[in-house]
Design a protein around this ligand. Structure first.
Ligand code: NAI
Length: 506
């Protein structure tokens, strides 16, 4: 196999640079690592050598391979040492002025054919290339931390990038064992843009007092299969990193409401309550472990009222079957008897509005989120409205917990919690396709590998049904009167004609 780049320079020997140097050396390139801090190079080399040695100890690499890898990882003491490199990957401080002047210097040193790339996560590739004589040879190459484990890289074309350069970078990514995805130069590229739906909507839900952080984390993990809840993720990433990213993408898109950050994280950042690394974030950490308050217990209910299910409930037949399995007495009349617990299962609408529109007694009305197939989730979510009687709330809670499945009861908000977050994730992904940031396929690949979502946003939209997602969005827009819920035309068109969200052509 011929390697796409034989001589590779990596500038910046920090967290990212050392990872990139490691995988390039493993792929077979001669790698030259440079940093303005001389000891950083040595430290990075030692750290990478240690990784290889520990893999050898575990029997995953043999001694010859380790020696070959080591022989390909070199330090460079000046930029001049990089003169014969065919590829330069920059992973220095995230400052436009410093990156720009570094590339101007490199362009004057290196052969005309050299490819220059930046690992920036938030700056414009086109802007970094603006002062270059050969912007066609310049691209973004966005890796994720830790590089050897996060096996995806975004290949980003700036306005003037030659497509052949992206093709060569794509080939090299594969040779390094990574999955390349193609992105146009837009704020946040793919992963950091697609990731906006999760945390920002969860923050908005908290800001409305619908549920607390821990409940929201539990619901999204158990209903959708996310590995980490949004607040666990905020704590891990730390707000000094994630809040500025939220602000940056919001402002780069000229205050697009879908990306609106939250005053909650602004305040916590100002107060230094930034996450796990300081021992205090949304959760408090003791010896590195979060302290999580126990869930409210299932109420004891001696006698269950009969249950009446709204004819307009989503997944009504499944809901009726579930109630039967749970041993409920189901009413079949056109309207509920005066004793009945009244169940509604709206998409997007709040329980209060549904009770009013369907002329139900709000005191006995409880909502259940049926967006997902009950069998596919580990938790059921119920919502009360401001008038729901506590005996009705408790009866619903205890009834749905009868088979041992976890149940959360949240306040009324429209879209419960999962519907809001999921609909936002799908809608933002759809809008990215509309903007031609990338192909639908690359979007789903990048998000599953880069964010660890259980399924890509568009595949998730297909699974739930684009028309159901649209219904959630339209109704949320009515409930909130907020443009952040307006459905992307890309999603609307596909929903209208029943097309898969992973279908590329239009
Ligand atoms: P870091 O702070 O760990 O390392 C940066 C290194 O660059 C330091 O060793 C520093 O001495 C060196 N440096 C600074 N200015 C330099 C210059 N003018 N010439 C040569 N070396 C210089 O930073 P990290 O986290 O590795 O990030 C580097 C780049 O990668 C940034 O652009 C960042 O936005 C991007 N990035 C970071 C990710 C992360 O999770 N840390 C993820 C994806 C991209």
């Amino acid at each position: 196999m011929t390697i796409a780049f034989n001589q590779v320079a990596v500038i910046g020997a920090g967290a990212m640079g050392r990872g990139i140097a490691q995988i390039a050396a493993q792929a077979g390139s001669q790698v030259w690592l440079y940093d303005t801090q001389a000891d950083a190079i040595q430290k990075a080399k030692e750290a990478v050598f240690q990784v290889w040695e520990s893999l050898a100890t575990k029997g995953r690499l043999d001694a010859d391979t380790v020696n070959a890898y080591k022989s390909r990882l070199n330090g460079a003491s000046t930029l001049n040492d990089l003169k014969s490199c065919e590829l330069v990957v920059e992973a220095i401080v995230e400052r436009l002025d410093i990156k720009k002047s570094l590339f101007v210097e490199l362009e004057n040193l290196l052969p005309e054919t050299a490819v220059l790339v930046t690992n920036t996560s938030s700056l414009s590739v086109t802007a970094i290339a603006a002062a270059l004589k050969r912007p066609a040879n310049f691209a973004g190459y966005h890796f994720f931390n830790p590089v050897p484990l996060m096996k995806v890289v975004e290949v980003i074309a700036g306005l003037k990038t030659n497509p052949a350069v992206c093709e060569r970078l794509t080939e090299f990514a594969t040779q390094m064992g990574h999955t390349p995805v193609q992105a146009n130069d837009t704020p946040g590229f793919i992963v950091n843009h697609a990731g906006r739906g999760y945390g920002t909507e969860a923050l908005r839900i908290v800001s409305e007092g619908v549920a607390d952080f821990a409940t929201i984390d539990r619901i999204l993990k158990d209903q959708v299969g996310f590995k980490l809840g949004p607040f666990e993720l905020f704590d891990l990433t730390a707000l000094d990193v994630s809040h500025p990213v939220m602000e940056s993408i919001y402002n780069q898109y000229y205050q697009e409401p879908r990306y609106r950050p939250s005053v909650i994280t602004a305040q916590r950042l100002a107060g230094g309550v930034v996450g796990k690394k300081v021992g205090e974030g949304f959760y408090t950490y003791v010896e590195g472990k979060p302290v999580i308050a126990p869930e409210p217990p299932v109420p004891e209910v001696k006698e269950f009222p009969p249950v009446w299910v709204s004819p307009r409930a989503s997944r009504r037949l499944e809901l009726l079957q579930l109630l039967k399995d749970l041993g409920a007495t189901i009413e079949t009349g056109a309207s509920p008897s005066p004793q009945a617990l009244t169940l509604v299962a709206p998409l997007g609408f709040d329980v209060t509005t549904v009770a009013v529109v369907e002329r139900l007694d709000p005191a006995r009305t409880v909502g259940i989120d049926m967006l997902f197939d009950d069998a596919a989730t580990k938790r059921r979510v119920l919502a009360t409205n401001p008038a729901t009687r506590s005996d009705m709330r408790d009866a619903a809670h205890a009834l749905f917990a009868k088979d041992g499945k976890a149940v959360s009861v949240v306040r009324d908000s429209g879209g419960f919690i999962t519907q809001r977050v999921v609909a936002n994730i799908v809608n933002i992904a759809a809008d990215m396709c509309q903007q031609r940031v990338c192909t639908p396929q690359d979007l789903d690949i990048a998000v599953t590998l880069g964010l660890g979502y259980p399924v890509g946003p568009l595949a998730l939209g297909n699974k739930l049904g684009p028309t159901n997602v649209l219904e959630v969005l339209f109704n949320l827009q009515t409930v909130y009167g907020d443009p952040r819920y307006r459905p992307s035309p890309w999603l609307r068109r596909r929903g209208a004609i029943g097309l898969s969200l992973l279908q590329t052509e239009d």
